[in-house]
Design a binder for this molecule. Structure first.
Ligand SMILES: *[C@@H]1O[C@H](CO)[C@@H](O)[C@H](O)[C@H]1NC(C)=O
Ligand SMILES: *[C@@H]1O[C@H](CO)[C@@H](O)[C@H](O)[C@H]1NC(C)=O
Ligand SMILES: *[C@@H]1O[C@H](CO)[C@@H](O)[C@H](O)[C@H]1NC(C)=O
Length: 979
């Protein structure tokens, strides 16, 4: 996609330079101090020397650059002719040269005194200081009449610095034709007025700044490029834009634009790229776009566009993205046929009818997921040999998977999941030897898994789960060299697990659960990557293979509901990463292996009469009793949790239905209102400092006065309470708590809180005491409140938080979360965001609100229940349909927190979720740079490289697929290793 932009951007600027090169030099002769011998000196090979003045200016600049630039290869040798220095261009005359262009991108520069030197270069036409760390433009130099540079400068690139100037500070450059200020913090009170200064502007790029107000229409020149994406522009798209008849690039995406898209595009006959994504635009796609024959890329995804999609939309366009709108109707039969069409994304609309049968030969990417498309998959979909990515998931497609799909020779991603497809999986799929990801889960497919799948030499993910497949697992599957994720659960697959599994090299997750597999568990591969092995709910017998410990990174091992017998290999005890060992309902006997004493492992061995839990000192009594109790507790917690869930949901609904109700609830009681009646209160902590200080009455008095509120999170209100001995504590009111224990019992609530009170981790906010009143529950904590991470990052403080602080916050939160996920009964977070992470000090984060939701065992469906959880921007995409809180969901929220630390941006800005924005830029290395907060990433090479490493971790945490996200334990390890 970026190729389109790249294609003409440089051409445009070069064009201007060539055209205008002569004029300044006519002027130039009139005021330059020409050396007397100039005309006489002519050398053939070497460029002529600079004038003494320019030479001394260049030496001044060189000493500044050499001292600042961390990259030694850029150092300039003062003995050389400056015109020969990297990044410097000169214009040669017979006897002397003049500097016309200086290009110092990514040189680590921050000292703005360089502008004073540059100002003296009166022949400069082009200046590129992009990707440095300038924070201040030294306006005084520009405004000063002795700044000669400004008279002739035509192209200025200051993109990706940390400039927070006002746009009006650049008003002194009358000759500017190309101005790139993207990725800074430029602000403008009046964009139209500020841009009106430039009378020759041809290209203005200011993506991702702090520009607000209306889209400007005051530009005087013949505008060719206007890029204003990622700002806070509001209002509608002005009609005035349509007088820039020479416009080739218009990018207004990721702003707050409203109203319909004007139907005036016949006035922009040269438009090549039109980007309107991520606004709040409504109405239909304007028909006049059909008259723009040059338009090759059009994106208006993530708006509220409605109406049908007409055939003409794709007549000229090559790349089309209209995903996540409310478009309806059918896809016209020739929509995908137009010549030159390369990529079409209509995901997440309300399109119905059939998928057109004829496709353009050049189409390589087709995304139609999440619509209401029906009928069969057209057999001709692969007549186009270029198709590499075909996503038709989440529709209502019926019939068979056409064998013709095997003709899609270039296909690397095929996703037909969650449709109503039936029949067998065609053998011909095995011919797709470029396939990397194949997702056919959640259909009604039957018959065997084709043995031809073993020919898919670069397949990494195969998901055939939740179908009705039968027959045996083809042994060749485990010989696929790169196979990492294999999901076959929820079918009727029978026969043995092929012994070829032992040759598998890169398995990460293997789920064969809920089938009819028989025979023994074969020798396991010796892969260190495997984290999940689920063979549960089959008919497997024999022993657990003793080499199972070769899967040394295994986190979840589920062998439950089989007919396994014999001893549990003691070697299992060496699996230090294991968090869940599920052996229930087999015929296992002997002792349960011993694990590290501090390993946070949940073991379930119920339903194995012969098994002795060696950790229990009960003289060989089977563990069934204990486990029954365990189950009983699970059920209680599940019910309690479900009730909490329901109540929270009810509160959310009430809050969203009535802002007024919410506000009343939120403000708390007015000062002097009656003090809540204590029903019971209990100290959980054993620490005598706290036990002697905490006074429940004082706490309730504090709560009665809303002036004591210092923080509100989505579900809780925090009050500051001064105890009789003068020490301060935090009292947290659970806003929905009345419903928790009126329906459930106080006893259960107390027990849960007491479990939490025993947690000991410095990065988790642990309650010291609780109070139940007639209508609320309160928790008491140490008051060590230095704000939240959100306050620190986005609280409007002017100082920039340095990277070491941000990194240590990231590590602290990861440690806390790893701890919570690793508890015997894992604690999951309902609301994990930078607002629920409290700072004990700048470098000591504590995860708060841990009591909101507890889940016993996320890997077991009995332990999960439905709720929409969290704060917007932190909610993983799958919660919308799984309605289930998971560890992977928490990992996603943590990834968003990492991104906030890396970018300094809030989790949602301009209506765009930070995670989505970062993912959209993550494809290209040069764009990855732009994700980082340049105010800190530019401080040193080491910081920059560590931030890039952490960015990779963050991006893996916010992966769309929960399966693709790493476990917290691994996240923590990667964070430690990030260099
Ligand atoms: C410029 O540098 C090249 C080698 O990089 C050298 O051959 C040439 O002589 C230099 N010219 C001047 C004018 O210094
Ligand atoms: C568009 O470009 C043409 C040719 O360069 C020029 O004559 C015309 O004035 C330009 N239009 C605008 C609105 O600047
Ligand atoms: C587009 O061009 C056609 C002629 O090619 C013309 O008939 C039609 O009116 C134009 N549509 C718009 C909206 O300008």
């Amino acid at each position: 996609m970026a190729m389109v932009e790249r294609r003409y951007a440089p051409c445009a600027s070069h064009g201007f330079f060539l055209l205008r090169l002569l004029l300044p030099f006519l002027l130039f002769f009139s005021f330059i101090d020409v050396p007397p011998a100039a005309a006489a000196t002519t050398t053939t090979t070497q460029s002529p020397p600079l004038t003494d003045t320019q030479k001394s200016i260049m030496n001044d600049i060189a000493s500044l650059v050499n001292s600042e630039s961390a990259s030694a290869n850029t150092s300039w040798n003062a003995a050389d002719n400056p015109c020969n220095w990297t990044g410097i261009s000169c214009r040669n005359f017979s006897s002397f040269s003049a500097v016309t262009s200086i290009s110092l991108p990514n040189y680590g520069l921050s000292d703005s005194s360089i502008f004073a030197h540059l100002c003296r270069l009166d022949t400069l036409q082009s200046l590129d200081l992009s990707r440095n760390s300038f924070t201040n433009l030294s306006v005084q130099f520009f405004a000063n009449s002795s700044c000669s540079m400004k008279k002739g400068l035509q192209s200025l690139n200051l993109s990706t610095n940390q400039l927070a100037n006002s746009l009006s500070d650049l008003s002194h450059f009358p000759q500017l034709e190309v101005l790139d200020l993207s990725f800074n913090s430029f602000a403008s009170r009046n964009l139209s007025a500020d841009l009106g200064y430039f009378h020759k502007l041809k290209s203005f790029k200011a993506s991702t700044n702090k520009l607000s107000g209306d889209v400007p229409t005051s530009m005087v020149g013949s505008l060719l490029e206007l890029v204003l994406s990622g700002n806070q522009l509001s209002g509608s798209i002005p009609l005035g834009l349509f007088r820039y008849e020479n416009l080739t690039l218009l990018d207004l995406s990721q702003n707050h634009l409203t109203g319909p898209v004007p139907d005036k595009f016949m006035s922009l006959p040269k438009l090549e790229t039109l980007l309107l994504s991520g606004n709040k635009l409504i109405g239909e796609i304007p028909a006049s776009l059909s008259n723009v024959t040059t338009l090759s890329r059009f994106a208006a995804n993530q708006n509220n566009l409605t109406g049908p999609i007409a055939s003409w939309i794709t007549k000229h366009v090559r790349m089309l993205d209209l995903s996540y709108n409310n478009l309806s109707g059918t896809i016209p039969s020739d929509f995908l046929l137009h010549q030159g069409l390369q990529s079409v994304d209509l995901t997440g609309n309300m399109l119905s009818g059939a998928i057109p049968g004829t496709l353009s030969q050049s189409l390589y990417r087709l995304r139609l997921g999440g619509n209401q498309l029906g009928e069969n998959i057209p057999v001709s979909v692969c007549d186009t040999l270029s198709m590499t990515s075909l996503e038709l998931d989440g529709n209502q497609l019926i019939g068979n998977i056409p064998p013709e799909l095997g003709g899609c020779k270039s296909l690397s991603l095929l996703n037909l999941a969650s449709n109503n497809l039936n029949g067998s999986v065609p053998d011909s799929i095995g011919k797709l030897d470029k396939l990397v990801v194949l997702k056919l889960q959640k259909n009604n497919l039957s018959g065997p898994i084709p043995s031809t799948f073993s020919d898919l030499k670069i397949l990494s993910t195969l998901n055939l789960s939740q179908n009705s497949l039968s027959g045996e697992i083809p042994s060749g599957i485990f010989e696929i060299p790169k196979l990492s994720n294999l999901y076959l659960q929820g079918n009727n697959i029978s026969g043995p697990i092929p012994i070829s599994i032992s040759s598998s090299k890169y398995l990460i997750e293997l789920n064969l659960g809920d089938n009819a597999l028989t025979g023994i568990i074969p020798t396991m591969p010796t892969t260190v990557t495997t984290s999940l092995l689920n063979l549960s709910h089959n008919h497997l017998n024999g022993h657990i293979p003793s080499n199972i410990n070769s899967l040394s990174e295994l986190e979840i091992l589920d062998l439950s509901h089989n007919y396994l017998s014999g001893d549990v290999p003691s070697s299992l005890g060496s699996l230090q990463s294991l968090t869940l060992l599920e052996l229930s309902y087999n015929n296992l006997s002997g002792p349960v292996p011993r694990f590290r004493p501090n390993q946070n492992l949940d073991i379930d061995v119920v339903g194995n009469p012969g098994l002795v839990n060696g950790t229990e000192n009960n003289n060989g009594t089977p563990t069934t009793d204990k486990k029954k109790r365990h189950y009983f507790i699970i059920i209680i917690f599940t019910i309690a949790g479900a009730l909490v869930g329901l109540c929270v949901l009810a509160v959310i609904i009430v809050m969203s239905l009535s802002k007024r109700v919410y506000r009343v609830e939120d403000e708390g009681l007015p000062a002097g209102e009656s003090v809540p009646q204590i029903i019971s209160g209990r100290l959980i902590t054993m620490n005598s400092i706290h036990t002697s200080a905490v006074d429940f009455m004082k706490a309730m008095e504090a709560v009665a006065n809303h002036q004591n509120i210092f923080l509100k999170t989505r579900f809780c209100t925090y009050y500051k309470a001064v105890m009789p001995n003068g020490s301060t504590y935090s009292v947290k009111k659970l806003n929905s708590s009345d419903k928790i224990f009126q329906i459930g019992s106080q006893e259960k609530f107390s027990r849960e809180i007491e479990v939490l009170g025993k947690l000991a981790n410095s990065n988790v906010m642990v309650p010291l005491a609780y109070i139940l009143s007639t209508d609320c529950a309160y928790l008491i904590y140490e008051h060590a409140h230095n704000g939240t991470v959100s306050d620190l990052l986005h609280g409007g403080k002017s100082e920039v938080i340095d990277w070491p602080s941000r990194y240590s916050i990231a590590l602290g939160v990861a440690q806390g979360l790893t701890f919570l996920h690793g508890c015997t009964q894992p604690v999951l977070l309902l609301d994990l965001s930078t607002r629920t992470i409290h700072l004990k000090s700048t470098n000591e984060p504590q995860i708060g609100d841990i009591e909101l939701y507890k889940i016993i065992d996320p890997s077991r469906s009995t332990g999960s229940f439905s709720i929409i959880a969290g704060t917007v921007g932190y909610i993983p995409p799958e919660y919308a349909y799984t309605m289930r809180l998971t560890m992977a969901g928490n990992v996603y929220s943590f990834g968003v927190i990492l991104l906030e630390l890396l970018t300094g941006k809030p989790s949602v800005s301009d209506g765009t979720e930070l995670a989505k924005w970062a993912l959209s830029l993550s494809g290209r290395p040069d764009q990855r740079e732009q994700i980082l907060d340049t105010r800190v990433s530019g401080t040193s090479i080491a910081v920059h490289s560590q931030m890039l490493s952490v960015l990779n971790i963050a991006l893996s945490c916010v992966a769309f697929s929960p399966d693709a996200r790493p476990k917290m334990r691994n996240v923590l390890r990667m964070l430690f290793n990030a260099k």
